[in-house]
Ligand binder design. Structure first.
Ligand code: 5GP
Length: 348
């Protein structure tokens, strides 16, 4: 819980526009903000209206914002009723499953279990504000680990690919480990490090993986050393994981910057994805991905579920309608955070 006797910073987990809030006592005394903004709380004395100012903006003055209590009362709890088990069987990144038509089925499964759990568990509190603390690091070593998350097909791998091509000296990726058989066109040390189950399990016990998971009966994981090696070259290490793994990646050593890639409205998905040539998450094997209407619905539903369950862990949300625009926005954001002195990390 937040305490009131120290300098308190929060990250807003919702958009707030006082012009659209009929309950605000005085619009001119209010502060508007976007989800993800960092606010300094000046006063929590009133139960309904707190006072806060934007931290980053020196011109910003303090004003009213809805208190946590008020915002919790306003939001519909059902939207945020989510069970942790929802994602347990959700393969991280699952970049290839769509070709085999598996994605749709487990996406529907997830949706079913969500509807089910919504009825069972009364109300989980909606996200409002999360307490954050400033974290300063050596200027030479800023934001060296960037985690990209998003539902399958949204374009996480394509964005990663574009970053790597755009500045190969600046960005790097790791080669993951797996226990599955090597496929004919793959090479050891390029696509994966192919290892035995015994070795993999030994490495788990030795804490050698920054994250790992199981998919289709095989282990997959990224080694801590591999991430170190990329960063030791002075590169930003790009990692894509399922959002359920973000917490594991967060350690005293790694403070990743987490970017959530979100699909746009369904109309825009239809416009931008039908004939898209570069959206495929697996373009070597499947250069043109044809999406069905159901794929769009699944993607949006999964994105919503991810955002509801893990949204408080995202530092930045990028909507990938037009891939060129999304790429430019991502690149600009990464440049901005590398220059920033402070990173805001969760207080707990
Ligand atoms: P494939 O066996 O077709 O190369 O990959 C299948 C799936 O393995 C991917 O879609 C992804 O879900 C998972 N995978 C690949 N690399 C990693 C990794 O480093 N960590 C985790 N947790 N899963 C991975």
């Amino acid at each position: 819980e937040m305490s009131s006797n120290k300098k308190l910073f929060v990250r807003a987990l919702f958009d707030y526009d006082p012009n659209e809030d009929p309950t605000i006592p005085c619009k001119d005394a209010a502060v508007s903000f976007k989800r993800g903004d960092v606010l300094q709380i000046v006063s929590m004395e009133d139960d309904t209206w707190w006072q806060a100012c934007h931290f980053m903006d020196s011109k910003s003055r303090a004003g009213l914002i809805p208190s946590r209590q008020l915002q919790e009362r306003r939001d519909t709890p059902v939207k945020f009723t989510m069970q942790t088990s929802l994602f347990i069987h959700f393969p991280a990144g699952s970049r290839r499953s769509f070709r085999l038509g598996r994605k749709s089925s487990w996406a529907r499964e997830a949706a079913r279990s969500r509807r089910w759990s919504a009825g069972v568990h009364g109300s989980i509190r909606p996200p409002t504000y999360m307490e954050v603390i400033p974290y300063r690091r050596d200027p030479k070593d800023r934001h060296r680990l960037v985690v990209l998350v998003g539902p399958s097909g949204v374009g996480v791998n394509e964005l990663k690919r574009r970053l790597l091509i755009s500045d190969p000296d600046h960005y790097g990726v790791t080669v993951p480990y797996t226990t599955r058989e090597k496929r004919r066109q793959e090479s050891e040390g390029v696509d994966y490090h192919f290892v035995s189950i015994r070795l993999f399990e030994e490495e788990i016990l030795n804490h050698r993986f920054i994250e790992y998971g199981r998919y289709q009966g095989h282990y997959y994981g990224t080694s801590v050393d591999a991430v170190h090696r990329v960063m030791a070259q002075g590169r930003v290490c790009l990692l894509d994981v399922h959002p359920s793994k973000i917490k594991r990646v967060y350690t005293s050593e790694f403070k990743p910057y987490v970017v959530f890639v979100k699909p746009p409205h369904i109309e825009e998905l239809r416009l931008t994805r039908r004939r898209a040539k570069f959206i495929s998450d697996d373009d070597d094997a499947n250069p043109v991905r044809i999406f069905s209407e159901e794929d769009f619905e699944d993607m949006i539903e999964l994105a919503d579920a991810m955002e509801n369950q893990y949204g408080h862990l995202f530092d930045k949300v990028i909507v990938n309608g037009d891939i060129a625009l999304a790429f430019r926005e991502l690149k600009a954001e990464l440049k901005k955070i590398e220059e920033a002195e402070v990173q805001w990390i969760s207080a707990d």
